[in-house]
Design a binder for this molecule. Structure first.
Ligand SMILES: Nc1nc2c(ncn2[C@@H]2O[C@H](COP(=O)(O)OP(=O)(O)OP(=O)(O)O)[C@@H](O)[C@H]2O)c(=O)[nH]1
Ligand SMILES: [Mg+2]
Length: 259
């Protein structure tokens, strides 16, 4: 108890010393000091805010086997890493795009995350979406029809996530494996996805009015669903990770992570 009392006395003493010291300072100087302090705090806070909104993260997502890991390595070092296996962990790296390594002038490193498509690992996506400057949803254009339903369900969940809708994170639907002649065209894939999402919209909203998994509803009610109704910009492009034709993907990356 005595120790506490001693501390109290000491604190009291310091407090009075402080007040006395403040009283000695002319008010104008005091106000100026407070103004400077406030100004720097606001400045630092706004710098942090600007830095945070200027994210350099691009998230690669989509069903397993769609070719995300191959695309990741194409962006990273221009190799296709043939024979990659189903990923069990997110793959991530911050680097200058391989195609830009010989480029003169300014290039900003991009943080690329490749989230495995295995259904058990799909929740991992939530860790990366809030910081994403752009989302790439990779679709296997070759084996598209048997996977259309599953791809649409995954896409539905992404397009109704609060973190995506509120921040209007742009999304690129990347039709991959276009090197094969039997691959479906991007127009076909877009139309089929829109149709499937339209069906899902009805069944999902019928499940339960209190369904909290999907924070936002998709599209405009009473109208057939189209990607143009989304709050965030949704575009469709083509690629072939295996042969290194990824220019449309690189264009999307650079559009959202400025060099
Ligand atoms: N023909 C063709 N095959 C490709 C292409 N891209 C990837 N593949 C093949 O598709 C298979 C799956 O590729 P991955 O990159 O491992 O797929 P992933 O999306 O990372 O799959 P998960 O990690 O399981 O989510 C591999 O056998 C690749 O060789 C492509 O552009 N053309
Ligand atoms: Mg993978």
């Amino acid at each position: 108890m005595e120790a506490i009392d001693q501390w109290k006395e000491q604190l009291d003493y310091w407090w009075h010393q402080g007040i006395e010291f403040l009283n000695q300072i002319p008010p104008t100087q005091l106000y100026a000091a407070i103004a400077v302090l406030l100004f720097t705090t606001i400045l630092l806070l706004s710098i942090r805010l600007i830095k945070r909104t200027k994210s350099n993260t691009i998230v690669l997502t989509g069903l397993n086997g769609s070719g995300k890991t191959v695309l990741f390595y194409q962006l990273h070092d221009g190799s296709s890493h043939q024979g990659t296996v189903t990923s069990m962990e997110p793959n991530e790296g911050t680097f200058i795009l391989h195609s830009e390594t010989t480029k003169k002038g300014k290039t900003k490193p991009v943080h690329i995350v490749d989230v495995p498509g295995h259904s058990r690992l799909q929740p991992k996506l939530d860790e990366f979406l809030p910081q994403a400057a752009g989302i790439v949803f990779v679709v296997d254009a070759l084996e598209f029809l048997p996977n259309c339903r599953a791809a649409s369900e995954y896409l539905y969940d992404i397009l109704t996530k609060g973190s995506v809708v509120r921040k209007k994170i742009p999304l690129l639907i990347l039709c991959n494996k276009m090197d094969k002649v039997t691959a479906h065209t991007k127009e076909f894939i877009r139309k089929q996805l829109e149709k499937e999402l339209d069906k899902l919209r009805v069944s999902r909203s019928a499940i339960s009015a209190a369904d909290i998994a999907n924070e936002f509803t998709l599209g405009v009610s009473g109208e057939a669903f189209s990607f143009s109704q989304c709050h965030n910009k949704v575009t469709v492009a083509e690629a072939s990770g295996l042969t290194g034709e990824i220019s449309q993907l690189e264009q999307f990356v650079r559009e959202h992570v400025k060099p």
